[in-house]
Design a protein around this ligand. Structure first.
Ligand SMILES: *Cc1c(COP(=O)(O)O)cnc(C)c1O
Length: 365
């Protein structure tokens, strides 16, 4: 197969070639079943095996303790913005930390269901680009939970630590950082993530939730979105997104096979992701043309937004990139500029090709 272009899409995002090839090979006949995974009953033995293996691999990769449930849901992270307060707020108080566009959306949606307070907010005149110091956060002691977004996909702001400084149950949107490195699940009451950034196809939402957080849903919570109901039915209350779960399972296996610097699995990916991000930020910081305005201690290793100081060159930059087989580098419409998303599936060689191109483009202009 000829080498595919490097795809820097923020999501739905690039998948490992190996995984796509395996899915292609198994498309018409999964393991001698005579069926595509898309055609199987979700309650049949074959799909049962696929789901159980996916859950076991995810638990192993993230060291998910036995008192946490793994739920395979639908609706994406934006549905979770409603599902979380419907299940966890008791219709009472919930606190939010806003460090970018996605957590801003989360807190706005939660206002439909409960009394929301911003424990901290990082927006300034130029937008989002920092995390307020923990000692400035003002969570309410009687809030039901504290919500934060571990990686702001649009603004390129990432928590490189777990903000567990207060006693409130922590809820995290990890859509764009899950499985890019290890994370302390036990510091969280609930973690959710849409699959289409760093896991697999759109349509699947992962939820990792402590068992004590189940069964507190508001009476008005739809059954299919009730964590307790979904957990009790092993993610089979209604038909789960079967094919997306199968693809996620192939990705989990791919992650387990990764090696880097003598490390294996998620540690290997974390090391590789750090190298990729360092390479790109070094290129940006050492240039007179490119700029990234995010504070150094919270720069995202997954999504690297940057601007050309001469914005009239934007189109030429994107056209040249396209010619070099470097795809989908245009920034989010709300912030403009460029954004390189370098999730797990992006190899080091992809970032090296981008950096080579950026240096050459700067020399020419
Ligand atoms: C992409 C993204 C969302 C939105 O996810 P949907 O699947 O479109 O609902 C929310 N939060 C974060 C951090 C994201 O990266």
């Amino acid at each position: 197969m000829p080498q595919r272009p490097y795809n820097f899409s923020a999501g739905p995002a690039a998948m490992p070639d190996e995984v796509l090839l395996q899915a292609a090979a198994e498309m018409l006949d999964w393991h001698g079943s005579g069926m595509s995974v898309m055609e199987m009953s979700h309650r049949g033995p074959q799909f049962g095996q696929i789901l159980a293996q996916a859950e076991a691999d995810l638990r192993e990769l993230l060291a998910v303790p036995a008192d946490y449930h793994v739920l395979f849901m639908q609706g994406g992270a934006l549905a979770e913005n409603a599902i979380v307060p419907l299940n966890l707020s008791h219709g009472a108080k919930a606190d939010y930390v806003v460090t970018g566009s996605w957590s801003q959306k989360s807190q706005l949606e939660a206002r439909k269901f409960c009394d929301v307070h911003l424990a901290a907010s990082a927006r300034d005149a130029t937008g989002y680009g920092s995390i307020p110091p923990l000692n400035m956060w003002k969570p309410r002691r009687d809030a039901q939970y504290l919500h934060y977004c571990a990686n702001e996909t649009i603004d390129g702001v990432e928590f490189h630590f777990v903000p567990a400084q207060c006693d409130l149950p922590l809820v995290a949107d990890m859509s764009s950082t899950i499985l890019s490195r290890s994370v302390d699940v036990t510091a969280h009451a609930c973690i959710y993530a849409g699959a289409q950034k760093n896991i697999g196809p759109a349509g699947l939402t992962l939820v990792i939730i402590h068992r004590d957080m189940l069964n507190h849903a508001l009476p008005s919570c739809p059954s299919a979105f009730n964590y307790g109901v979904v957990a009790q039915n092993g993610s089979m209350y209604n038909t789960p997104p079967t094919y997306a779960i199968y693809m996620a399972g192939l990705v989990f296996q791919w992650i387990k096979r990764q090696t880097e610097d003598g490390l294996q699995g998620i540690l290997a990916l974390a090391a590789r992701n750090r190298k990729k991000a360092d390479l790109l930020y070094t290129c940006i910081d050492s240039s007179a043309l490119y700029i990234n305005r995010v504070a150094h201690d919270c720069r995202s290793r997954m999504n690297v937004p940057f601007f050309l100081r001469d914005e009239t060159l934007n189109d030429a930059f994107l056209q040249g990139a396209q010619q070099r087989q470097l795809l989908q580098l245009k920034g989010h419409k709300s912030v403009g500029g460029m954004r390189a998303s370098i999730y797990n599936a992006m190899p080091c060689a992809g970032v090296e090709a981008l950096v080579d191109y950026m240096r050459e483009f700067e020399r020419l202009h």
